[in-house]
Write a protein that binds this ligand. Sequence first.
Ligand code: TA6
Length: 305
Amino acid sequence: MDKHLQTLASLNAQFGNDNLTFLPVEDELMKAELRFAERAGVQIHLQGAQVTQWTDNHGTENLFTSRSAIYQTGVPIRGGNPIIFPQFGAGAMPQHGFARNTLWRVVDSASNETATCLVLELTAADLSEKQREYWQHQFVLTLTLTLSEFALTSQLQVKNTDNAPFAFTFGFHTYLAVTEITRAEISGLSNLNYMDNLLEKQILTDQRPVVVIDQFTDRRYQHIPAEMVLTDTATGRRLSMQTRGCEDAFVWNPWATAESGFKDLAPNSYQHFVCIEPGCMKTPVVLQSEEEFNAQQQLTILPNS
Ligand code: TA6
C-alpha cells in the first residue's frame, strides 16, 4: 500500500482512541472527530488539515462553516480554520496556496486528562505534479491541534528540508462565528496601521477602541499584538485569539456586497461570521536550509462568556 495512503480503517486502528474517531465525508474525503470532557469537540478534514467545527465545553459552536461549503477533492472548504501556505492571497500560484486543498497525513495523536491532540503533516511528496510546478522546494509542514475544555490551539511548524533557502507567506484563515455581524467587536487592533484592500491598498489607521464590521471589509492589520479579543455583544461571549510568530492579521467580511460572488456562501451568511486571520502576509518568512519556523494560534473562550 502506498505509504502515503491512509484509509479510515488504518487511521482508526493506528491513531483512534476514546476521544478520536475518523469518519467518511463525501467524495472519499475523510475527517477526524476529536472530543474532550463532556461537550468539547473538533472536526478536522484531512484535506487541508482544516478544522471545520469547534465546540467548547458549554456546547457552543465557535467557528463558522458555510452550509453551502463544497466537499470535493481539491476544493477548499468555505469556513472553519483553513491553513494558508505557502502564499497568502493572489500571486504566482492559485489564491492562498496549496496547503488548504491538499490531503495531509496523520502522524500522531494523544489524549490525557488535560487535553486531546492530533498531529498532521504535509510534505513535498504529497503535492501533485501541477502543484510542484508552482513550488519545487522540499519542506515539512506540521500542524498540531490541541483541544481542551475551552480552548483550541493550532501550532504550525514549517521546516526547510531543502538545500537552499525558500520564502513563504502564511495565515490561519479563521472564520469566527458571531450571532449578528453588527453586534461583533474586535479589540486589540486600535491605533494599528492597516492596508485596506478595498481602498487601493492605502495604509490607514483605526483609532476606534474596538473594530466593528459595518460594511465589506478586507484589511491587513500590521504588527498585531499577542492577543485580540472578539466579543459577541448579543450573547456576551468573548473569544481570545492569542498568537505567536504572526506579524499581521487580515480582518475580512464580504458583506452583502461581495457575498453573492461566492457560490459556497449561502445568502446572508456574511451576518454570521468575521474572519480574523493571523499570519505573516506583508513580509515573507525566509527559511534557510534545515531551518524551522513556528507559529501558533490559540482560541480560548474567556470565563463569564
Ligand atoms: O481574507 C483575505 C482574503 O484574501 C480576502 O481577500 C478574500 O479573498 C478571502 O481571503 C477569501 O478567499 P478565498 O480564496 O478563500 O475565497
